[in-house]
Design a protein around this ligand. Structure first.
Ligand code: SAH
Length: 475
């Protein structure tokens, strides 16, 4: 057998990329080593330079693509590699979807302990996007100053705090670029300074743009290091004079807000906002439910795919009109209100008080009267409502953040014995961990489906249906 080569820094290797890791990096094997190579695409033959060598694996830098993979495509964005926001732009969209499906499959097997046959039986084809670019309804651009002292908007160069100018992120709408250019010109003409992170000086920190895809309403919200925005009237006039067209359709800025953030941290938004123009929110629709979105509200960033995601969740919930449904981690009540039309009663639980305020408001504007919302942690509110008030559940939907559900929450769900649990997840690893718990406690996996909400990135959303196993009481 060949002696294992002792790789060291700066060694060059030639390797075929056979797989892709969690962050989209290429993985290949050479001389018994596993090599992790960022920017290499599955199927490539590449030359790479070792950057960091361990006993059985090494990190290497892509030097040259010797034979490109059939899945390799030219990134649409010139900055794809330096930016780091899109990890998969050099991979064809079909292959991106296969990558995401594999990720779900493997986590369910390796972390969830399901057999491959079980997953194959339950898994439905991943739901891809029709257009895998220009899908985001929210853009947050940091503002800085270039070498000539001119204000620029762009993105932070991977893991640094220096801004590379680019107002044309391909994940968002092209009208974002026109708005940003107008803001930058306005800053220059009116001597409005850009924020400097290291000195903690200068006014303009970020510009947030939110677009209602269904209504064509736009909100622009500068985040400033100060209390007042100078020349607010002129700023409003400047923005309102823009002629904004996306694919021939006219969009309108209906809300301009300012958020003050004078803290020396990485958090983008301030705690509150002031309305300069309009109502302080824009409206958007998912299906036939309307939502008001303020600068600080959480709202799904890909409304086209969100509708598909919620439709699948609704299908998995299989409601007949009389059920009691819980929507845990409900945010501004999007899933709750979507379900309410088909349920007897929906209870939503969410930790952020403002989001619950939005949820209640959204119920009112949609004339939905069978939804009730509670502020608090799911793992605290659910046991309390179950134990003290004996509120039951026919179906429970959960849509937790990346860290998944607290075990106390899962334990209460199991004790409540809903017929069905619909798990919406943005992280297959914690999903798999939580499904394992549910399966060990009387539920079986019936359906799994990936829904791509974040084309060009490694993130994937998954919906699962766990059903209560029939319990035989009379043996
Ligand atoms: N279902 C919503 C939001 C999902 S994001 C939608 O589709 O839009 C996850 C939500 O869980 C966030 O709003 C976050 O604030 C909330 N959250 C985080 N930890 C929580 C906890 N322990 N209990 C309840 N909600 C929590």
């Amino acid at each position: 057998m060949k002696e294992k080569a002792a790789y060291k820094k700066n060694d060059r290797v030639t390797v075929t990329i056979e797989d892709m890791g969690m962050d989209g990096e290429g993985i290949g094997k050479a001389d018994g080593y596993t090599l992790f190579i960022k920017d290499a695409v599955i199927g490539d033959l590449v030359e790479a330079k070792i950057m960091k060598a361990k006993k059985n694996y090494a990190y290497a830098r892509l030097e040259k693509v010797l034979k490109p993979s059939p899945f390799r495509v030219k990134p649409l964005c010139d900055y794809a590699r330096v930016c780091g926001g899109c990890q998969l732009q050099a991979v064809s969209y079909e292959e991106q979807l296969r990558f995401k499906e594999r990720k779900i499959f493997r986590d369910l097997v390796h972390i969830g302990g399901f057999s491959e046959e079980e997953i194959e039986k339950a898994m439905e084809p991943v739901v891809g996007m029709e257009t895998s670019f220009y899908y985001r309804n929210k853009a947050q651009y940091p503002i800085g100053t270039d070498k000539e002292g001119k204000p620029v908007a762009g993105f932070y160069a991977g893991r640094t705090h220096s801004i590379i100018a680019n107002t044309d992120c391909k994940l968002g709408l092209t009208i974002n670029g026109a708005i940003l250019e107008a803001v930058l010109t306005f800053m220059e003409q009116n001597h409005i300074t850009a924020y400097d992170e290291t000195l903690h000086k200068g006014l303009m920190r970020h510009v947030l743009i939110r677009c209602g895809f269904a209504t064509k309403e736009i909100m622009v919200c500068p985040v400033i290091n100060g209390k007042d925005f100078p020349k607010a009237e002129e700023f409003i006039d400047c923005l309102l004079s823009l002629d904004l067209k996306e694919k021939g359709e006219a969009w309108k800025i209906t809300s301009i807000c300012i958020s003050s953030n004078t803290k020396d941290t990485n958090v983008i938004m301030g705690n509150g906002f002031e309305v300069l123009y309009g109502k302080g929110y824009i409206t958007d629709h998912i299906g036939d439910v309307a939502f008001r979105i303020s600068p600080l509200s959480f709202y799904q960033v890909n409304p086209v795919q969100t509708k598909k995601l919620y439709e699948i969740a609704l299908d998995y919930a299989d409601l007949s009109g009389s059920e009691t449904v819980w929507d845990l981690y409900c945010g501004i009540g999007t899933i709750s209100l979507f379900l309410a039309k088909k349920a007897g009663k929906v209870y939503g639980v969410e930790i952020i008080p403002q989001a619950i305020e939005n949820a209640r408001e959204n119920a009112i504007i949609n004339r939905i009267e069978n939804a009730e919302f509670f502020v608090g942690k799911a793992e605290e509110v659910l046991p309390e409502k179950y134990e003290r008030e004996q509120i039951r559940a026919d179906v429970i939907v959960v849509d937790p953040p990346r860290k998944g559900c607290d075990e106390k929450c899962l334990n209460t769900i199991v004790r409540m014995q809903p017929k069905r649990i619909v798990y919406v997840s943005c992280d297959p690893a914690t999903l798999a961990r939580d499904l394992k718990y549910l399966r060990e406690n009387g539920y079986e996996l019936r359906r799994v489906r990936g829904v791509d909400q974040f084309g060009q990135t490694v993130h994937v959303e998954t919906v699962c249906l766990m059903s209560k196993l029939h319990v035989e009481h009379h043996i």
